[in-house]
Design a binder for this molecule. Structure first.
Ligand SMILES: NC(=O)c1ccc[n+]([C@@H]2O[C@H](COP(=O)([O-])OP(=O)(O)OC[C@H]3O[C@@H](n4cnc5c(N)ncnc54)[C@H](OP(=O)(O)O)[C@@H]3O)[C@@H](O)[C@H]2O)c1
Length: 389
């Protein structure tokens, strides 16, 4: 049966790799909708190649340029955040890949869930922000959400339990990023260019910085809590520098099942697209001969972001949205060269401390908390910068 795919974030790292996977899978996979932020030139090329029924761009000015380039293609167009929501609900799509970055994935996830779609979810931030609300509103249909994050894909692949009580805990693996082993003094000097060089993975800039601070693992802990209905004390993080074991599930009988593979996002992307089947892929397999796999405890002293994420998840309510919003701004400031690396968790912690948590929020509260956190992070960021100048 043909699978019809709506791809949000088509111009990004996950988006372009999803299209590579679709190319490799052949005619059974058809792209019916594409959505991106502002990269009209790449989106134009994708429209010419995949002939979707619908294409959306957030940036309205660039949409006019896009239309000029693809003049003649039979494609409907959407703009702004509304255009993204239409892509997430596109009527002929049966699978929606949500691969845009940050908060922008939150409302499309709700839209796709409300319209009954199956979802391949790369955008972890949407579950961090909205996992609790989706659960409370009965929208968190775990049968319809297929994780694209390699760790959560691994957990899904290792999850053989019939009953939740069979699970003791999960281990989410973390490469540790480019700076693992460095001290606070050494971390003070790292530049955005250093941080953008991840040792094992090729990813978009935001997640690459999140990997360097370990906030990415913190976001993944919260994502796993909601995806697999686990308590926080059932979720452990383990440093595994080689990025070959993508995560593990420990059962109450003492067995631990791990999933291994090369660090290549096309594997979890393809699994989310072809589930429950497995198909030949473009990715080479892992050859275990002569390799060494190591596992260690995280360094919470030099990389405090992971603990902040646990704290936000324990607080619940609007606090995870505040953690996420403050982190997004901190990463933007660091990439712009106006915040030093070590100040990223300091900024997030200060913003969290200033927040009046709404314990049982509505969607509008979560959206407001995100705006509040972003504005507060800019204020705290400028105070931190003045102190450091
Ligand atoms: N990359 C990985 O290996 C990886 C692994 C696991 C999970 N993830 C998750 O996947 C998501 C995407 O990551 P990525 O690395 O692919 O990011 P990326 O390369 O930066 O791509 C981001 C995509 O989002 C679009 N976008 C940006 N702002 C937007 C907005 N306001 N509204 C709608 N779309 C917007 C971008 O469009 P334009 O470029 O056209 O502006 C682009 O298509 C993130 O949540 C990340 O945590 C990524």
């Amino acid at each position: 049966m043909i699978k019809r795919i709506a791809l949000l974030g088509s111009t990004g790292s996950i988006g372009t790799q999803t299209l590579e996977v679709i190319d490799g899978l052949g005619d059974d996979y058809q792209v019916v909708a594409l959505a991106a932020g502002g990269n009209y030139e790449l989106l134009a090329k994708q429209i010419s190649k995949y002939k979707p029924e619908y294409a959306a761009l957030v940036n309205e000015k660039n949409l006019e340029k896009l239309k000029t380039i693809v003049n003649g293609e039979r494609c409907q167009f959407g703009k702004g955040p509304e255009g993204q929501l239409l892509a997430a609900r596109w009527p002929s799509a049966d699978l929606v890949v949500i691969a845009q970055v940050g908060f922008s994935g939150f409302e499309p996830l709700i839209a796709a869930l409300e319209s009954g779609k199956r979802i391949a979810l790369a955008n972890k931030e949407s579950l961090v922000i909205g996992g609790e609300i989706l659960q409370r509103f009965g929208l968190l249909d775990r049968e319809r959400i297929f994780p694209v994050d390699s760790e959560h894909s691994a957990i899904k692949q290792c999850w053989t339990a019939k009953y939740q009580e069979e699970i003791a805990r999960i281990y989410i693996t973390a490469s540790g990023g480019p700076f693992y082993g460095m001290t606070q003094t050494e971390l003070q000097k790292v530049t955005p260019q250093d941080a953008l060089k991840h040792p094992n993975w090729q990813m978009g800039p935001k997640i690459t910085i999140d990997s360097a601070t370990m906030m990415n693992k913190g976001l993944e802990v919260i994502e796993a809590k909601w995806l697999f209905d686990l308590s926080l004390d059932q979720i452990k993080v383990v440093i595994h520098r080689q990025s070959i074991v993508h995560s593990m599930v420990e059962y109450v009988d003492g067995s631990t099942i791990a999933q291994l593979g090369m660090p290549d996002m096309r594997t979890p992307i393809q699994y989310a697209l072809t589930y429950p089947e497995r198909k030949k892929s473009l990715v080479r397999s892992y050859n275990p001969y002569g390799t060494t796999l190591t596992f260690a405890e995280p360094d919470h002293v030099n990389f405090p972001s992971l603990k902040l994420a646990f704290r936000a998840a324990e607080a619940g309510g609007t606090m995870p949205a505040v953690l996420n919003g403050a982190n997004e701004v901190a990463v933007e400031l660091f990439l712009a060269g106006t915040l030093i690396f070590n100040a990223i968790p300091i900024l997030i912690e200060k913003v969290m401390a200033l927040h009046d948590n709404i314990k049982i929020p509505e969607v509008s509260d979560v959206i407001a908390a995100n705006h509040w956190a972003r504005n507060m992070a800019l204020e705290v960021g400028s105070v931190l910068r003045e102190r450091m100048d």
